[in-house]
Design a binder for this molecule. Structure first.
Ligand code: GTQ
Length: 350
């Protein structure tokens, strides 16, 4: 009855809210439209990091703190729309890690999973469960959840790579665990390149054989630039580019043909010189690295000029258009793997 009277009971409602609040009760109708939105409304902002200026700050940090002391000497790429969160999208973390000649970043393991995408230097290593991966520019290296890893640089030049982790997702689930090994380096348990040999050629050691030594769900952790670049080149030579993506190849976990890690999907793409992608939006906020070429990216209503090694974040559901000024090669990672498992992933192609 009182519903139809339309009498102004604002004051009474405010009184009710004030009385409820100490009892941890809150009226849904005041917030419903912010909770259940018709389309995603990310607080994350589109942003570009210029590699050269980020690199200068990283090298200055290198003069002031050792990898050993820092545990990981990394500059976080924090989204300006998510201050204080150490996040580049609402679910993902990104950072630039520096290892100087002679340094070791000590061995640890944790429930967040990590990818490394090499930007500079050649010959330093990440060791995963005691097997070194010798890293070269634009290699993709994984550290799956709970696998021991240390990084070291026996070369005479600095090594810089992008770290991509699902830290915000793990924190969201309150599922973070981490341990340090007593020694700074894990004992070497396999020859460098062993896993790539055994699991990286569309083959695997016969199940149950002693050669089948890696965890069954996550056997491979090195995707060399040399291999993915050749695959992309061959694809581009033979196929018509997808109007929204250009030529795009996703990295796979050979154990199940799914994404590289349970929460993270990664891909590379090639846009021919002069190619302008049709507008596309997707629910997976994505971090991009420019591997080669120059481009103009338009994200919603913002424009960014991109060149080699620059980093760009495109938040969920913001429309992306790419205009390749020269042949453009991009690496990208997102939480699409997690969203697909949860039945959340959507895209819209204009
Ligand atoms: O190399 O293990 O950027 O644990 C952040 C957390 C890198 C790593 C990061 C980490 C690491």
């Amino acid at each position: 009855m009182s519903l139809h009277l339309n009498n102004d009971n604002t004051a009474q409602l405010q009184e009710l809210y004030a009385e409820m609040r100490p009892h941890s009760l809150y009226p849904l109708w005041e917030v419903l439209s912010m909770l259940v939105t018709p389309t995603p409304r990310s607080s994350a902002k589109p942003w570009k990091w210029d590699y050269d200026s980020a690199r200068d700050y990283l090298l200055r940090a290198g003069d002031l703190i050792s990898a050993e002391k820092a545990e990981r000497r990394v500059l976080i790429l924090e989204n300006p729309g998510l201050p204080g969160s150490s996040s580049i999208t609402t679910s993902l973390y990104a950072g630039l890690q520096l290892i100087l000649p002679g340094e070791v970043a000590p061995c640890h393991r944790h429930t967040p999973c990590a990818l490394r995408f090499v930007l500079e230097g050649e010959g330093a290593y990440t060791a995963v469960d005691g097997e070194k991966v010798i890293m070269r520019p634009f290699d993709l290296v994984l550290t799956p959840n709970w696998q021991w890893h240390d990084h070291g640089n026996d070369t005479d030049a600095p090594m810089i790579w992008l770290d991509g982790l699902d830290i915000p997702t793990v924190l969201h689930f309150d599922a973070s665990f981490a341990e340090r090994l007593e020694q700074s380096s894990h004992p070497e348990t396999a020859r460098p390149g062993d896993s790539l040999n055994r699991y990286g050629h569309n083959m695997r050691p016969m199940r149950g054989s002693s050669a089948d030594r890696r965890p069954a769900h996550q056997p491979l952790f090195h995707y060399p630039y040399k291999q993915w670049r050749a695959a992309l080149r061959e694809l581009a030579a033979a196929a018509v580019p997808d109007p929204h993506l250009g030529h795009a190849l996703e990295f796979l976990n050979p154990a199940d043909g799914g994404s590289i890690m349970p929460t993270v999907t990664a891909h590379v793409r090639l846009l021919p010189a002069g190619f302008a992608s049709a507008p596309r939006r997707a629910t997976d906020g994505t971090v991009f690295v420019v591997v080669e070429g120059r481009a103009r990216a338009t994200v919603a209503d913002q424009e960014f000029e991109l060149q080699a090694r620059d980093l760009l974040v495109v938040p969920s559901w913001q429309e992306l258009r790419l205009m390749a000024e020269s042949e453009l090669i991009l690496f990208g990672y997102s939480d699409r793997a997690a969203q697909e498992k949860l039945g959340l992933f959507r895209e819209a192609r204009a």
